[in-house]
Structures are given as C-alpha cells and as structure tokens.
Design a protein around this ligand. Structure first.
Ligand SMILES: Cc1ncc(COP(=O)(O)O)c(C=O)c1O
Length: 377
C-alpha cells in the first residue's frame, strides 16, 4: 500500500518527546521551543519566528497584527486551503479571489494590480506545493500600493526564490508543521516576523494578550493584560518532535526530493504524449519536494485514475476545491466563472503520494500504474 502521506518518525523523535515529558515542562515556550528557534536560525537564517498551534493560527496572528478592519479587502488565490481566507475573514475583511498561473499553480501576479481598489489592504500569497510565487513582481506591486504581503508558506519551509527563503517575503511568513508537512510536530505552525517592529505585539497577542513572555525573559516580574489576543502557543512536547525533525532536515529533504525527481523524470513521456501536465518549478526557485502534482486531461480521467490507483493500494489525493466556488464562496456571492484557471484545475489536478519514507521504487510503481491507466491498458 502507498498512502498519500505517512509521518516519518525515528528513535530521535521518541527520545526527545520522552525527554520533554521527563523534564515536566509541558506548556509552551519551553526548552525544546527555544531549540527549534535556534535551529531555524541556523538552517534558514530566520531571526524571529514564533511557534504557533498551527499554520492556521500563524495566519490568524498575522491578520491580527496588521489590524484588518471590517470592509478591508485582501487579494488571495482561490486555489488554496480554507485557512488562508478564514484568517482574515475572521477579522471581517473580504476576499478578492485572484486566479492562478497554469504552470506553477500559484497566484497569477499579472492579475493582481487589476484587483486593487482603495479598500485593498493586503495580498495573501500561497506557495502551493512548496513552489514559491513570483515575489519580485508581487513585492513591487505591494511597495507601489502600500499593501502588506502575508505569505502563506504553510507548504514551503526550505524552498527558495532567487536565493531568499520562503517565509521571508513581505511582513509575515506562516509555516505549517502539521503531520502532512515536510517537518512536522502533529499540529503546529510558525509565524515568521520579517519586520521586527511587530515582534513585541506578536508576543503579547500570542499569549492571551498578556506580556507573559517578558516575565520568561526576566524583563518584568508580573504579567498583565495588554491587548486583545488569544492562546497560540503549542506545547513544548510537540516542539520536541519538531526539533527532532529539524535535526533531520537534510535527510528528510533529500528523501522527498528523490521521490519528487523520480516522479518528474518518470512522467515526462506521458507529458510529451499529451496525457498529463506536470507542475513547473518557477524560474530561479528551489523547492522542498513537498508535493507532486499532475494535471489530468479531464475531470473524468482524474476520477478514473484515482479509482484505478486505489484498486492497487495507491492513494493519490484531490487537493483543493477552489474557495470561490466552494459552498462558502458561493454563499458570499462569488461567481464560479471568476477564476477560470482555478476552476479548471480544481477539476483536474491530482496530488500523488509523497512522503519522506516513500521509496523511489514506490514512485516508479505509481508512474507505471499511471502509464497503464492513461494509455488505456
Ligand atoms: C496552503 C495552506 N495554508 C494553511 C494551512 C493550514 O495549516 P495547519 O493545518 O497547520 O493549520 C495548510 C495546511 O494544510 C495549507 O496547506
């Protein structure tokens, strides 16, 4: 059987969790959380990241920090997970859905300017499948119109665009360390603060609106309520899992890329014969092998592929129903025709199984099953 995802757990994760438990330091911001921060600094040069309870709450915290108000507009791709939009809609800001590029499946940067109005406050980008967006163009637009960029880098920890790490574009990057992500802690996330002036308030909002973190840093001896915040700290026991995963950073990256490359090479003939399209790596980018996506010729063929692969114990995954034409999108008045590429890809994109402990042989077996079904065997 080849599932769509399987967490990669070694003795190291188990050892660190046991150690965290033995230390009886179960709440947030404990020793393993600090080790994670040091490791992220060492790996990616990121100075300020705060662990959160999920990628979703990292996005929510970013949305609180930019003081969105009811009626503000946010430009966001529709080809994404609900969390990207929920984060600012909880602040009563309105999504303005932007279509995606056919090659990289990321927000089409050439369409952004046409969606800007006097109410636009921010662009929420999504590095789909760990592929960076076209940040040179997006940053230029944000600068010209005075907009925030919030990067939903849930899937792109370890990817780069023109030498810069995903998560470091705009004011905030939002990583996910959910079980399905490359580096996991079960449920968890990280808010990257690229503008240090937000740091003090972020620490307060993340700690139920109190300055408790200043107590932990020895700056004050009593903490009190300073702002309207919430509880966004994950347990240090979960941070212990993530620390082990980050110690295995190179190993996990290499294993995922080996599987990704096996798919990419193995599927070239099917693409040349017009039987599928492969997702394109953006120019000047490196990616983290988070997902492997194909575009099937039709929705019916995708359904057929899924059922034939399932019969052989292989479990590809239909990733996104576009947000603008999902039940919630329709409820708030969006037109399914608003983002035609997204609508089309929502019917045809298929995510193949990919996880660190999958073998190249597993990938070759999936490729062979795809050949059979797409060539009508
Ligand atoms: C693009 C995107 N944004 C946000 C999230 C939310 O992350 P989490 O599951 O950690 O809340 C995910 C997770 O699947 C995601 O893929």
């Amino acid at each position: 059987m080849i599932p769509f995802n399987r967490a990669s757990i070694t003795d190291k994760e188990i050892e660190y969790v046991v150690d965290a438990l033995k230390g009886r330091r179960l709440s947030g911001d404990g020793p393993y959380t600090m080790k994670v921060y040091d490791r992220v600094r060492e790996l990616l040069g990121i100075e300020n990241m705060l662990l959160t309870t999920s990628g979703t709450t990292a996005l929510e915290l970013a949305s609180l920090l930019i003081d969105l108000e009811p009626g503000d507009e946010v430009i966001v791709p529709s080809f994404t997970f609900s969390s990207t939009a929920n984060a600012f809609m909880l602040r009563r800001a309105q999504p303005v859905f932007c279509d995606i590029r056919r090659d990289t499946m990321n927000i089409d940067e050439t369409l952004i300017e046409g969606l800007i109005t006097p109410k636009t406050k921010a662009i929420y980008t999504v590095d789909y499948a760990g592929m960076p967006c076209e940040y040179d163009a997006i940053e230029a637009i944000a600068r010209e119109y005075g907009l925030y960029i919030i990067e939903d880098s849930a899937q792109s920890f370890g990817s780069t665009y023109r030498g810069r790490n995903c998560g470091t574009f705009g004011q905030f990057g939002c990583y996910s360390f959910h079980e399905t992500k490359n580096y996991a802690m079960g449920e968890g996330g990280g808010l990257v603060l690229n503008d240090e002036s937000f740091l003090d308030r972020a620490e307060i909002l993340r700690e139920k609106g109190t300055n408790r973190r200043q107590v932990l840093k020895g700056m004050v001896d009593k903490y009190t309520w300073h702002d309207v915040g919430s509880s966004f700290l994950p347990s240090d026991v979960l941070a212990a899992i993530l620390y082990a995963q980050l110690e295995r950073y190179d190993e996990i990256m290499a294993k995922r890329l080996a599987v990704w490359n096996a798919y990419h090479e193995g599927l070239v003939d099917l693409e040349n014969d017009g039987l599928l399209a492969r997702q394109v790596v953006p120019e000047g980018a490196t990616h983290n092998g988070h997902m492997y996506n194909i575009v099937c010729p039709t929705s019916e063929i995708r359904t057929q592929v899924v059922s034939r692969l399932n019969e052989q114990g292989m479990y590809p995954y239909i990733c996104y129903v576009p947000l603008h034409s999902a039940p919630m999108g329709l409820k708030i008045g969006y037109d399914p025709a608003a983002c035609p590429v997204t609508e089309d890809y929502g019917e045809r994109v298929l995510r193949l199984p990919l996880y660190a402990d999958m073998t190249v042989e597993d990938a070759n077996n999936v490729v062979s099953a795809l050949n059979d079904v797409l060539r009508g065997a």
